[in-house]
Design a protein around this ligand. Structure first.
Ligand code: PXP
Length: 252
């Protein structure tokens, strides 16, 4: 870990490629090992209800065979809670999940579902699992996370990254970045640890990494895609180096 900013590598899409043929290759566990050697501080995996990428056996192997902390992304369902309590990963990130979505499209509406989420957050916390809530960078969501006594919020960077694609560095991008900055400051003010992720690339990572209050970035799809061209170790190393550079420039 450098400059207090951890990199969690999400390996879901290694499993997506494996599952396209139904065999064992490429193995997400091997990707996790490579990511660890290349500078990842943690491994993130999303066990979806439909098991479209990561499967139950992957979680079992990641828990037992990888030295890095596992951040299990999960929907707040009874099934996923039972799995989390059985494996006790280092962290569990609660995410919204809809079968028809291609990826986690929005943040969890914690403000609207406080009482529904409360038992899941409490059960995970009581089991010693660090609970994180994946939310839009909005005041109401952060305040609701605080009331739920979740120690961590992960800010959804999807809108910010989409704005970059529409107009790199443009007004919408600047506005979304400002929203992230304000949300991260509020999270810290309320005593919540702040993480961020979704859609980050080499183009977008540095301004987000430069936000002082952000302590962890979770990055998956871009790194696994980039690995096709440069190898996973090179992609992770470069992302790590860019994060370090952004952090160092901030404190220089
Ligand atoms: N953080 C959370 C909570 C996510 O659900 C995802 C996507 O699974 C990511 C980070 C990583 O997003 P991406 O794969 O776009 O880098």
């Amino acid at each position: 870990m450098t400059q207090n900013l951890r990199l969690g590598v999400n390996i879901d899409h290694v499993a997506t490629i494996r599952n396209a043929r139904g065999g064992l290759h490429p193995d997400p566990l091997r990707a996790a090992q490579l990511a660890a050697q290349a500078g990842a501080d943690g491994i993130t995996a999303h066990l979806r209800e439909d098991r479209r990428h990561i499967g139950d056996e992957d979680i079992e192997r990641l828990i037992h065979e990888i030295d890095l902390p596992l951040n299990l992304e999960m929907a707040a369902t009874q099934e996923m809670l039972a799995i989390a309590l059985r494996h006790r990963p280092h962290a569990a990130c609660l995410v919204p999940e809809r079968r028809e979505e291609r990826t986690t499209e929005g943040g969890l509406d914690v403000a609207a579902q406080e009482s529904v989420l409360q038992p899941t957050v409490a059960a995970l916390r009581d089991a010693g699992i660090r609970v994180s809530l994946f939310i839009a960078p909005e005041r109401a969501q952060i305040e609701a996370a605080k009331r739920l006594e979740a120690p961590v919020v992960e800010l959804h960077t999807g809108a910010c990254c989409e704005a970059w694609l529409v107009s790199p560095g443009g007004a919408q991008w600047q506005m979304e970045l400002d929203r992230l900055r304000a949300a991260a400051a509020l999270a810290e003010e309320l005593g919540l640890e702040c993480h961020a992720g979704h859609g980050l690339t080499f183009d977008t990572v540095q301004p987000v990494a430069a936000i002082r209050e952000v302590r962890e970035l979770n990055i998956g799809h871009f790194l696994i895609g980039e690995a096709i061209f440069s190898g996973l170790d090179s992609a992770v190393q470069r992302m790590r180096a860019m994060m370090n550079e952004a952090r160092a420039a901030r404190t220089a």
